[in-house]
Design a protein around this ligand. Structure first.
Ligand code: GDG
Length: 740
């Protein structure tokens, strides 16, 4: 793994909704004060380390909304702020509207709170375009642009259009919901959002579940092919992956015994006397599960009276959006519930709940983390939740225990905590009791395991991991880059052909030897192509294999007067000149009975599409169906089939041009071609093809061979030609081998 200072990025440009500093004016002077939040500390720490160690990346720029004057304030060496201005009218509908009332509730699984308003979406597009406008004046070749969070879904795609070669990353800090929720958004919005996100080279999420949800949404909405988290976006690759954000572990761990923290701890100890402390801190938001948490605490007091007078729950709520009615209501409800519980259980000497509605300074926060016996972190949904990680990092000498919601992203890594479902009052109450009663040895052992993980995968590893992935995608992208056949490559190919004694040709049929036709039976070989093939075959040193997904009867009819080897049904059937058809292998085909009714069902629902049953496969053709309707259906069908295919690992859904074919994985164009290659000592091999099924073929051609794909798509082929008609120019090289 590379260190962050070994990258080839000239500068790192962070783009997030907010700048990491705000301007505080005192009398005539103004100065910048750092905002709190995970990303802010991650990037500032990165900048500190970059500056102290030196390295190839010289500068970090951060673009986001904030006061204009911040541009001129030098907050740190090598760190620059670039304020983006969004007029109030747009911002209200963009941030207050689409971000907070559409995306936030929907992505946190609150569909009933989600507002669908076209003017919000229009403002969202406008705001993303304003960010682009700002960046156009900033980005230069060699920069790495890292876009953050749900406010800027469209930005990677917008940047990609203007700067096709720039490295772009995107990271989502909140959950990505299941497709069933995501599809509640109007289809146009979904398409625009996902096209924006896939404009990045790497798209990151906190957990693998969010990542899989995203991939499914991309498949179903945009229909892009995805293999091993690689999304093929026209002529580019986009990698989606999980990068659980970490914390600056040492900063929190070491702060537990700083002088400032010790002062706070002494104060707290006095206030607590011998009582145990339960603690929570969250921003005021309905996703945090305050009311469920309070209900569980009340039930805990009911169920476990032995804890009366011995425990105090300090619930800190950070002020947020309380100018909005729904948030004001939530705050009122929290306060009423706190009052009711305190009213029910308090005595002269004991109040079970201490509620605070305010932010607290860092050292006070660390002191409370450090001294509390239970960290009670129970959101109904949370992308990650850094507080739970910070709580674990701050357990030293005196060990507390974390009770954590399984619906927070952090639960994936913190599985030695006590995991609960926040809607389960009984389970949460029992968990509080269990955490309070847990023997020290057990707490220590659980905490140590979590601390080891958090200190290893910290916020620096997180950024490094992300940058490494961008590097990897760059390399893969280079390998798959589209290289068009030029006159140099043509001459080289002909030279190799002339020098060779034993030559093997693999030629795909539809889309390669003939153009794609509206009806399959209309795709017949023209006479000039037939003549070219005959001329090549006439040379005894040449073997021509026509390798196709077609049925054997069709190929036999087309090639009845040409002595080519014919391979039908992607390799299942083979016919050598003047011999009979043979099965490449015997396979059990009983699965066809299971798959065919599914495809029939889709053919019934999608007018113009049809099902073809071949000897060893079943195919859904949708070339003649209405384009938009068929595109929707094909994503759905692939999804339905993926469930069936999971139960039969020997089956595969192969996507061709406007066809989806279900066949066995035991053979494909590649396995058959590689068997043929090993039959003779060929010194010239060429493979020509045009669609996905030919990728299997391209992969098995040895390095000394040549592979050419029709169409400018990412491919395993070494070269591409722009259209099918150019295939004739290639074949001419072998029929008239004089210099170009
Ligand atoms: C998004 C996602 C994801 C909070 N109050 C005080 C204070 N804080 C600090 C905490 C912690 C951070 O703010 C809050 O952590 P979150 O995890 O909730 O982060 P957000 O940025 O709000 O939320 C979330 C996160 O992004 C990172 O990807 O985990 O799921 O919603 O660091 O310590 N710090 C101090 N006083 C406070 O009163 N000193």
């Amino acid at each position: 793994m590379k260190n962050f200072d070994q990258y080839n990025f000239k500068r790192i440009i962070i783009v997030a909704y907010r700048l990491p500093f705000k301007l505080v004016r005192k009398k005539d002077e103004s100065h910048a004060v750092q905002n709190s939040g995970g990303l802010v500390s991650a990037i500032l720490s990165l900048s500190e380390r970059m500056h102290s160690r030196g390295g190839t990346t010289t500068e970090i720029l951060w673009a986001g909304t904030g006061e204009k004057e911040l541009r001129d304030i030098n907050v740190r060496p090598g760190f620059k702020l670039c304020p983006v201005e969004i007029p109030r009218k747009i911002n209200d509908k963009f941030y207050g509207g689409f971000c907070n009332d559409t995306i936030w509730p929907l992505f946190h699984y609150f569909p009933s709170r989600t507002v669908y308003d076209k003017s919000y979406f229009d403002a969202y597009v406008a705001a993303n375009e304003l960010f682009l406008k700002k960046l156009q004046g900033l980005i230069s070749p060699g920069d790495f642009v890292w876009v953050h969070d749900y406010q800027l879904f469209l930005l990677p795609g917008l940047i990609r259009k203007v700067f096709p070669d720039i490295n772009i990353g995107f990271f989502l800090h909140i959950p990505f919901p299941s497709f069933e929720l995501f599809r509640l958004l109007p289809r146009k919005w979904r398409e625009i959002i996902l096209s924006g996100m896939t404009g990045a080279d790497v798209v990151g999420f906190h957990t693998n579940d969010y990542n899989q949800n995203f991939i499914k949404s991309v498949r179903r909405t945009l229909g892009y092919k995805v293999e091993q988290n690689y999304i093929s976006v026209e002529d580019r690759l986009c990698k989606a992956d999980a990068f659980p954000i970490g914390i600056d572990f040492n900063k929190f761990h070491e702060a537990c015994h700083s002088q400032k923290t010790n002062i706070q701890k002494d104060k707290l100890r006095k206030e607590l006397s011998d009582k145990k402390l339960i603690f929570s801190i969250d921003r005021l938001d309905y996703s945090k599960g305050f009311l469920q948490r309070l209900k569980a605490f009340e039930y805990f007091l009911d169920k476990y009276p032995v804890w009366h007078h011995k425990v105090v729950f300090n619930m800190v709520v950070i002020p947020s959006r309380d100018n909005i009615e729904a948030y004001r209501e939530l705050k009122k409800e929290i306060e009423a519930t706190v009052g009711r519980i305190n009213g029910k259980y308090s005595t002269l000497g004991w109040r079970p709940l201490i509620y605070q509605y305010k932010s607290i300074p860092f050292n006070e926060l660390v002191a409370i983390y450090n001294l509390s016996d239970v960290g009670l972190i129970t959101p109904l949904r949370d992308g990650m939740n850094l507080v739970s990680k910070e709580y674990v990092a701050c357990q030293t000498r005196h060990y507390g225990m974390l009770v954590l919601s399984e619906l927070a992203g952090a639960s994936v890594e913190l599985n030695e905590s006590i995991l609960i479902n926040p809607t389960d009052t009984d389970e949460t109450a029992d968990a509080i009791n269990r955490a309070l009663s847990m023997p020290d040895e057990e707490k220590k052992s659980r905490i140590t395991k979590m601390q080891n993980r958090l200190s290893r995968y910290n916020v620096f590893t997180w950024t490094t991991d992300f940058f490494n992935r961008v590097d990897e995608v760059n390399k893969d992208q280079m390998n798959m880059q589209v290289k068009f056949m030029d006159s140099y490559a043509m001459n080289d190919l002909r030279d190799k052909y002339k020098k060779a004694d034993k030559r093997l040709f693999f030629l795909d049929y539809d889309g390669t030897l003939t153009p794609i036709a509206r009806l399959p039976e209309m795709a017949v070989l023209d006479e000039s192509t037939k003549d070219r093939l005959r001329a090549i075959i006439a040379d005894k040193r040449n073997t021509v294999v026509v390798i196709s997904g077609r049925r054997k009867e069709f190929l036999e009819e087309q090639f009845n007067d040409i002595d080519a080897v014919l391979v039908a049904e992607h390799g299942y059937l083979i016919k050598r000149p003047k011999a009979d058809w043979k099965n490449y292998m015997d396979i059990d085909l009983s699965w066809k009975e299971k798959i065919k009714p599914v495809l029939d069902d889709y053919a019934d629902r999608c007018p113009g599409s049809m099902v073809e049953e071949k000897q060893a496969s079943v195919v859904w053709h949708y070339r003649n169906a209405e384009e938009e309707y068929a595109t929707l259906r094909i994503h759905e069908l692939k999804d339905d089939l993926s469930e069936i295919l999971k139960s039969d690992p020997k089956l595969r859904a192969l996507e061709g041009k406007k066809v989806l074919e279900i066949k066995s994985i035991l053979y494909d164009k590649g396995t058959v071609a590689s068997a043929m290659i090993s039959e003779g000592s060929y010194d010239f091999i060429i493979a020509l093809g045009d669609d996905n099924t030919d990728e299997d073929l391209f992969k098995v051609i040895p390095d000394y061979g040549c592979t050419i794909k029709v169409g400018p798509r990412l491919s395993n082929a070494r070269y591409s030609v722009r259209s099918q008609s150019q295939i004739n120019e290639i074949l001419n090289l072998f029929t008239r081998p004089e210099p170009l």
